[in-house]
Design a protein around this ligand. Sequence first.
Ligand code: ADP
Length: 626
Amino acid sequence: MAKKEFKSESKRLLDLMINSIYTNKDIFLRELISNASDALDKLYYRSLTDKKVKVKKEKLEILLAFDKEKRTITISDSGCGMTKEELEENLGTIAKSGSLSFKENMTKKEKIDIIGQFGVGFYSAFMVSDKITVTSKSIDSEDAYVWESEGADGYTIKKAKKEDHGTEIVLALKEDTEEFSYSKYLEEYELKSLVKKYSDYIAFPIKMECVHHELVDEKEKKYEDKKEIETLNSMVPIWKKNQKDVSEEDYNNFYMDKFNDYDKPLMVIPSSVEGMITYKSLLFIPSHAPYDYYTQEYEKGLSLYTSGVMIMEKCSDLLPDYFSFVKGVVDSEDLSLNISREILQESHNLKLIAKNIESKIRKTLEEMLKNDREKYISFFKTFGVQLKYGVYNNYGQDKDKLKDLILFYSAKEEKLITLSEYVKNMKKDQEQIYYAAGASIEKIHSLPQVEQVREKDYDILYLTDYVDEFAITAISEYENHKFTNVENGELDLESDEEKEATKKANEDNSDLLKAMQEEIKEVSEVRFSNKLKSHPVCLTSKGDVSIEMQKVFDAMPNEMGIKAQTVLEINEKHAISEKLKKLYKKDKEEFIKYTKILYSEAKMIAGLPIDNPTEISQLICDVISK
Ligand code: ADP
């Protein structure tokens, strides 16, 4: 039978894996045991919901065996098994995302990041084996199949014989090298301690035939080796254990195994709730975003158990969208075992648990922000966008829960601060909370409009994420202070005299300004202003849609045509004003050129595209070559 090739990206990943970039090879065992446990979970759940599937709970187990002569380890389970198609689909593709970027000469960290993007899983077994043989019989099939592979150059699938449903995986261990003794996995003691270390909490028994040195004759002090099947794991789920009996390392190992992460979590949140509703939960905040987090494919949810039996792998109703990054397990006896998923959604108890969980996560984050700023900043840099998104999503219904958890860059402090910190440090005469939006801190910092506010010694929040301004708009005010975009036309920071002078300049030159606006119809107004200090021009906006918001709308796939109402402001004190006035009187043609150039300058500073760059470039050359 011809060998089938792995899909090309899978092949490269497999190469990385086989060449064993992970220093910790031991984890292959926990990965395979974890898969076996999932298969048992699936089977048991099926038996509760599908009358045709009958299983005896005592038969749900994982068997571990080793053979020193043949140099093999065998992991078998009596779970749901895989059909031929499933073997092909599940073990023929590693990288389901299909968009991993490989580079030549990757550093070790880059390699680990790539592998980390999809979790190590089944393929980690290639770190220790030359050949892997998987024999499986699905509960949905009469036939069994065997999948076999010696690594990156492909695999075969053939029909096989197997009595019962389930999966048996045989690993042919690599030969020992100078650096590593693969033979250690052929020691009873080693396997026992690996199970204890990584898989103790698995809810099904992991059994192995162990040899006991038994005293058979007291007088003669005679010992005999006796074989006995032993259960290696305590089977107490980690979330059911007393918190003080579980080490940080245990929690971290559980997290990395269960949620396929190569990094330990940023935060572990265990809790045990009794009262109106009784449940135990173990939640984690990852230290980095999963590779698919900001894509459509990402599914939020917590694993839901009732009395230690998993009834749903990702129960999305347990998490609000703004905490979708949280991973974890919830176990409650107050949920019925054979409840259908549809009914579960409507369950009052489930809603109660979800509410508790939301507030637990929120409190944990609030405390982190208060007590461990550095950690919170690291969290916020990874998942802050999600919180800000939560502020404005659903018409801002959750904004009050989240507004104290979001941070923005402060121009004055030069770091991320909370809204409450901003308000605390406001100047005596300051009424409003100022912000400015743009593509980067540097770009915002050099905006002409920012100058005037900074001169007053008012702090400005610099917003660089596309969601920021929408979040700010949804909050609309904080402790009775309104948010004001410095880009907005009517900032009202001038003194009465200044205002008067500007008013006069605009009145005296109303014809000129009108003539300019005739040339650049896109803008709703052209005016002289006092707010600019050194710059000649800037573009501001009127109304609810700012220029930055317009950019976000413009970038959306189905353009909605939402536009900001823009105003071209000209610095009255700048020499260009006099020049314009002169040209308006003497040379209309030149005046129009200047108008177009100045408008393009303002657009450029605002980061807006210039529709007619060739024309503008011509105009500039015309003017400067005079
Ligand atoms: P993951 O477990 O993260 O999905 P793996 O590479 O470890 O990734 O496994 C891929 C898939 O193969 C699993 O999702 C599961 O559907 C299937 N699988 C692996 N081991 C078993 C097993 N022992 N029994 C049934 N299915 C299995």
